[in-house]
Design a protein around this ligand. Structure first.
Ligand code: NAD
Ligand code: TYD
Length: 341
């Protein structure tokens, strides 16, 4: 019997990479295709343990390149698409918004066309809670699937635009889709431009950690493996056309996150450097995951167990992140944080 084929876009990045490994190991009877352009955020060294498995395949391609995406879909006849590929960093979207529109909006539309033409069984679009905009500091308010989209950054605006295209392909063409909107992820293979891996990698090396504004902005943190399990569930059980929010009620201020890392590593709080705030900095994100819980999802980590596991992973896998921070990342860091010595 022919194996089911799952195309995972962005499978050389942080969440897509964890998802590819999760699926390759969990489902030997599925063929997993990792499609990735290998931008600055993608690397294949993370897949050394699975790269020779018979159910893992890699394709280098740009999701916005219509010709190559169309011919790939015609050739491989995928059954499922799980779409992670994106430009994902808010700070980069403030400096250079255009690539966010090209990849996140046009790239998604090209994939939707290919999925429609080839009659795939399910298209899961991996989105973010940032499309809902920001919440105030009242701890009883949460994003639900009915919260209006009010994105504030070029990144979240490009993701919201892609969400609207996915919705439109369901309404207009009955393409079987789901949208997941997850809170901030953390865990192994998180690129060190984002708050948690940036803090770990700098604190380990006794370097200053830049905290934007007063450090009181709140994010709702979810371990990446719990996000992968949620997507697996939605892929198999999600009702067509539905949106599912993903989050585990782990709200922390940025300062609490940075202090937790410094404490665990036994370093000094003197490493914290308050710097100029991010433009349009969203105050608070917090997810109500009730709908996904009703589908059968429950997170396995809370913030304390997850951050301890993650810090240990960064200590055990220095080779992976040291190779990143010593490359072109240096130029990015010096430009983005020119005030840090
Ligand atoms: P990432 O930046 O670590 O990885 C993105 C991957 O996409 C990289 O491997 C990159 O090479 C690839 N890519 C970029 N442009 C491409 C193109 N044109 N064609 C093919 N591949 C391309 O991102 P991430 O943090 O793993 O996020 C993955 C997805 O999850 C994104 O869609 C993001 O919006 C969403 N998301 C992220 C978070 C989070 O906390 N990181 C939370 C919720 C949702
Ligand atoms: P980030 O990891 O970039 O994720 P997002 O912007 O998608 O939430 O940032 C998480 C929080 O940490 C956000 O409130 C901005 C803040 N932050 C800092 O204070 N300093 C930093 O150097 C970075 C990268 C982020």
């Amino acid at each position: 019997m022919r194996k089911q084929k799952i195309l995972v876009t962005g499978g050389a990045g942080f969440i897509g990479g964890n998802f590819v490994q999760f699926m390759v190991n969990k489902y030997p009877d599925y063929d997993i295709y990792n499609l990735d352009l290998l931008t600055y955020a993608g690397d294949l060294t993370k897949h050394r343990e699975i790269e020779n498995k018979p159910n893992y395949h890699f394709v280098k391609a740009d999701i916005a390149d219509r010709k190559s995406i169309m011919s790939l879909f015609e050739r491989e006849k995928f059954d499922y698409v799980v779409h992670f590929a994106a430009e994902s960093h808010v700070d980069r979207s403030i400096t250079n918004p255009e690539i966010f529109v090209l990849t996140n909006v046009l790239g998604t539309q090209v994939l939707l066309d290919a999925a429609k033409e080839n009659k795939i069984t399910k298209f899961v679009h991996v989105s973010t809670d940032e499309v809902y905009g920001e919440l105030d500091f009242n701890p009883t308010t949460f994003f639900t699937e009915e919260t209006p989209l009010q994105p504030n950054s070029p990144y979240s605006a490009s993701k919201a635009s892609s969400d609207l295209l996915v919705r439109a392909y369901y309404e207009t063409f009955q393409l079987p889709v789901n949208i997941t909107r997850c809170s901030n992820n953390y865990g192994p293979y998180h690129f060190p431009e984002k708050l948690i891996p940036l803090t770990i990698s700098r604190v380990v090396n006794d370097q200053k950690v830049p905290v934007y504004g007063d450090g009181k902005n709140i994010r709702d943190w979810l371990h990446v493996i719990d996000h992968c399990a949620a997507i697996d569930l939605v892929l198999h059980k999600g009702e067509n056309g539905e949106v599912y929010n993903v989050g585990g009620h782990n709200e922390r201020t940025n300062l609490e996150v940075v202090k937790a890392i410094i404490n665990t590593l036994g370093k000094s709080k003197e490493l914290i450097e308050f710097v100029e705030d991010r433009l349009g900095h969203d105050k608070r994100y917090a997810i109500d995951p009730t709908k996904l819980e009703k589908l059968g999802w429950k997170p396995s980590y809370n913030f304390e167990t997850g951050i301890a596991q993650t810090i240990q992973w960064y200590l055990d896998n220095k080779d992976w992140w040291e190779q990143i921070i010593s490359g072109e990342y240096k130029t990015y860091f010096e430009y983005q944080y020119s005030y840090i010595k």
